[in-house]
Design a protein around this ligand. Structure first.
Ligand SMILES: Cc1cc2nc3c(=O)[nH]c(=O)nc-3n(C[C@H](O)[C@H](O)[C@H](O)COP(=O)(O)OP(=O)(O)OC[C@H]3O[C@@H](n4cnc5c(N)ncnc54)[C@H](O)[C@@H]3O)c2cc1C
Length: 422
């Protein structure tokens, strides 16, 4: 991939190379638009290893004792996601003036969106599903972004779709990628964005790049900060949501399993509580046990089963003046987490699990920091012309889907509109 400091003029400058940035860059460069991608992270080949994850992972505190995880690297957070792929809420977006129908059709043709076939579901996930269904829960398969045709029972990481493949397509189409480039703000000329300021590496040497269209796709926690630095003061004024989540893991003595596509099944309970299969494949399980202070469990990976409990909490919290995110969970949030854990515990015990423990509380994705129709219009443009936002920040609060497929569709939608105006 090409690395250079850029002084040219571009049709589009895309900030961030994650799900949205990669998709926009690919779509625009395919139509011969001159695209510059500025990516804060590095470009080392992705590897599922402790060192590999340590190099790219970045945690942001979003509530007391609760952090949101993201990845700084080419391809963004898809470098470490699970690849569960809920369908976009088409009607919700239609009501906001955004029709994603044709974008979804195209995305489904391009991407390997499917349920995991029965033969590839590991015995941990099967045992969990049988137990949940026996107890009357509607434990159903989820769609995933996994190329099952290339699966060889070892390459769990490789067969997940990652945004990096779209960056590679964009580069083949002539786009330019600059890694280690952190964008700090948009350059404005009379309420019109004409470029961005960014710095390279830790020395913070400042560069400028100019373009017709500036697209912020730096992720839901980074884009609002760039907007604030650019003079848009009211972003995050309604707060955000984090879908607080907790894992329950137990050991089933008579189980001996193949690995799993974590998240491939789950169930919705009432009270906005969701349970998800948390049968991680071996690498992620090992990381989880180290983080949870349970290293001795690593040796008996095949006997472990798990469930993630996730709740939909009300939007709230703030981005403080010094650039920190903060929200408080309510008693009702904790009550619903407890309720979900009771059901998860029941399912795990019924599956034969013992020595069940709970993980730390984590963020299930801090999203929704920017509102469509308030901070951006239905073209995803801010009050500054030619400055757009497209990433997890713009996902509406009423929909709490796993976001990746929706983000691909939103990015296609934006690129489609930009291509006609460029
Ligand atoms: C452990 C984990 C599991 C997940 N599992 C799933 C799942 O199963 N299904 C699902 O749909 N979603 C899942 N997600 C969430 C999903 O990966 C993200 O919601 C999605 O990738 C967000 O896309 P994005 O384009 O908004 O941002 P990102 O993919 O995070 O991309 C943002 C990019 O911008 C770069 N950047 C940041 N700041 C700057 C800056 N100032 N200048 C330049 N570049 C910058 C970053 O380095 C990054 O590359 C998971 C997330 C995690 C952490």
């Amino acid at each position: 991939m090409k690395h250079s400091n850029n002084e040219g003029h571009y049709d589009a400058i895309v900030v961030g190379s994650g799900t949205c940035g990669a998709t926009i860059a690919k779509e625009l460069s395919r139509q011969n638009k001159k695209v510059l991608i500025l990516e804060r992270g590095g470009n080392a080949p992705l590897k599922e290893s402790i060192m590999g994850y340590a190099k790219i992972s970045n945690e942001v505190r979003v509530a007391d004792k609760l952090k949101d995880l993201r990845a700084f690297t080419t391809g963004g957070t898809t470098a470490m996601y699970l690849a569960v792929a809920d369908l976009p809420p088409i009607e919700t977006f239609k009501n906001l003036g955004i029709d994603l129908t044709e974008d979804l059709e195209q995305a489904r043709k391009e991407l390997p969106v499917a349920e995991i076939s029965d033969g590839l579901i590991g015995s941990q996930a099967k045992r969990l599903g049988e137990s949940a269904r026996q107890l009357g829960y509607d434990w159903e398969k989820k769609l995933m972004l996994v190329d099952q045709s290339k699966f060889n029972h070892k390459n769990y990481y490789e067969v997940k779709w990652k945004a990096r493949t779209y960056v590679e397509d964009a580069l083949r189409n002539g786009a330019i990628l600059v890694n280690q480039a952190t964008v700090s703000k948009a350059i404005l000329d009379n309420k019109k964005a004409i470029g961005v300021e960014y710095y390279i590496g830790k020395k913070k040497k400042v560069f400028k790049a100019y373009g017709e269209k500036i697209i912020l796709a730096a992720g839901s926690l980074a884009s609002p900060i760039i907007l604030k630095n650019s003079g848009l003061k009211n972003v995050v004024n309604h707060g955000f949501y984090i879908n607080p989540s907790i894992g329950l893991i137990g050991k089933v003595p008579d189980l001996s399993s193949e690995e799993n596509f974590c998240g491939c099944m789950g169930a919705k309970l009432d009270d906005d509580i969701e349970l998800m299969d948390a049968n991680f494949h071996r690498f992620l399980f090992n990381v989880g046990m180290l983080v949870s202070g349970k290293p001795l469990r690593i040796a008996s990976y095949p006997k472990h089963i798990g469930i993630t409990v996730k709740i939909k909490e009300p939007v709230g919290g703030e981005l403080t003046e010094n650039g920190k995110y903060h929200k408080e969970l309510t008693d009702n949030d904790h009550r619903r987490l407890e309720k979900g854990m009771e059901v998860a515990n029941e399912i795990l015990k019924n599956a034969g699990a013992r020595k069940i423990f709970k993980t730390d509380l984590i963020s299930g994705g801090a999203l929704g920091t920017i509102k469509i129709k308030e901070h951006i219009d239905e073209k995803l443009q801010t009050e500054y012309s030619n400055l757009y936002v497209c990433d997890g920040s713009i996902l509406p609060e009423n929909e709490r889907i796993t976001p990746t497929l929706t983000l691909v569709c939103l990015a296609k939608y934006l690129a489609r509109n930009l291509a006609t105006s460029l």
